[in-house]
Design a protein around this ligand. Structure first.
Ligand SMILES: Cc1cc2nc3c(=O)[nH]c(=O)nc-3n(C[C@H](O)[C@H](O)[C@H](O)COP(=O)(O)OP(=O)(O)OC[C@H]3O[C@@H](n4cnc5c(N)ncnc54)[C@H](O)[C@@H]3O)c2cc1C
Length: 365
């Protein structure tokens, strides 16, 4: 005898958790997570910032729309952003400024003196940049935990160690089997499986849209001098690295995008070495030791935009995937938008400024 739900969501990272919380008041929902705790994969490995420029101008509306919600719920903290550039990068910097000024993102051109004010010890070749004052830190665990708690409060059933292993679609809806031996029936199957989004689609007999996991490395460094906690998130405009202070240490990424299978990602020594080399070309600080390193997968559709909405061949299969490097900062608007699409609701204050068609899975039809 199987349990019946309206909607089964596969994956309890930020995508699945946030969508479960949005749907819980409207439908009977089960949230299925393969691991023994939600948030073990990409969601638990992020760099924890909210930047309207990150992900590009076509992702920006989702990030901007999510900002006030995140602020009101207390999940944003002070940070600021600084995109640094070298002589020769001027055209890229101007392009960047133009993209985001049009979208009314607060961006300000900086000369060398401006950069020095924010980053002591910056190497001389970094001669201009862009200041992004509204960039913030995000409390990722707090946000993810809030969504899981909200889902629970609204009656969503959460199952861990319950990886989806079979999914058959017939006239009565979906028949699902999970790794813990449960049989579940539901009307709509939501794919919020992050790096495994295509795998879950294949399991359900749906043609994959081509979600590619890309590995991203992070290192935590002890440096001399130690960064002041008020220093901005410093990003290379040419996207070769970013770093920010984290309780007296530096969080640094070489901005790597290494194609990977969907796996439990681990950092490679070479990428850690590349990160440190790029950091040492940015500032004259001494790297005293690597305190911690990790890696996670950022999963992208072929056009690098997220994929929300019913599959064009099987509308009972709903994509909520391709959150790339922006799945945390876009979560509130993304989840509300996806819930509106799934439930056939019109936009509200959180989603009114978003062109939903841009992100629909139907674009791959
Ligand atoms: C190093 C790094 C830095 C980042 N920094 C930022 C940042 O600063 N800001 C930002 O907004 N974003 C950032 N991101 C991106 C962000 O982390 C992701 O976009 C986001 O976490 C994706 O969430 P998700 O729920 O789709 O994936 P995940 O968190 O990976 O969740 C997917 C879940 O699906 C489960 N699953 C898979 N297959 C099955 C199955 N068959 N059955 C059941 N469950 C299954 C998995 O176990 C997993 O828990 C960063 C990512 C990385 C790796």
């Amino acid at each position: 005898m199987s349990e019946r739900f309206d909607i089964a969501i596969v994956g309890a990272g930020i995508a699945g958790a946030s969508l479960a919380a949005e749907l819980g008041a409207h439908a009977g929902v089960v949230l299925l997570e393969a691991e023994d705790r939600p948030g073990y994969h990409s969601t638990g490995r992020s760099a924890a910032f909210w930047s309207e420029t990150y992900g590009g101008p076509l992702v920006q509306p989702l990030t901007t729309a999510s900002g006030p919600w995140l602020e009101e719920h207390g999940f944003l903290g002070p940070r600021q952003g600084l995109h640094i550039a070298r002589a020769g990068d001027e055209a890229a910097t101007e392009h960047f400024m133009a993209d985001f000024a049009t979208a009314k993102v607060h961006v300000e051109w900086q000369d060398r003196a401006g950069l020095e004010h924010f980053v002591p010890g910056l190497r001389p070749e970094w001669n201009h940049g862009v200041y992004e004052p509204d960039c913030k830190d995000i409390d990722v665990a707090g946000l993810h935990g809030w969504y899981l708690a909200e889902a629970k409060r609204l009656g969503v059933t959460e199952r861990v160690r319950a990886g989806l292993v079979e999914a058959d679609h017939g006239p009565g809806g979906w028949r699902l089997k999970t790794a813990d031996g449960a049989d579940i029936a539901c009307t709509t199957l939501v794919d919020a499986a992050g790096a495994w989004a295509d795998t879950v689609a294949e399991l359900a007999g749906v043609t994959p849209v081509g979600i590619q996991p890309l590995r991203r490395t992070m290192v935590q460094l002890r440096t001399s001098p130690a960064p002041v906690q008020t220093m901005p998130l410093v990003m290379d405009i040419a996207e070769q690295f970013y770093f920010k202070p984290e309780h007296g240490s530096v969080w640094l990424s070489p901005h790597d995008e290494i194609p990977s299978l969907p796996v439990d990602a681990a950092p490679e020594e070479l990428d850690v070495a590349i990160a440190i080399d790029r950091f040492e070309h940015a500032v004259d600080w001494t790297v005293e030791r690597v305190e911690h390193k990790w890696a996670g997968l950022r999963s992208f559709a072929p056009d690098r935009l997220p994929v929300y909405g019913p599959d064009h061949n099987n509308p009972a299969f709903f994509w909520f995937a391709g959150q790339g490097g922006f799945g945390i900062q876009t979560a509130p608007a993304a989840a509300r938008l996806a819930a509106q699409v799934l439930l056939g609701l019109s936009s509200d204050g959180l989603t009114a400024a978003i062109d939903r068609d841009r992100y629909l899975a139907a674009r791959f039809g």
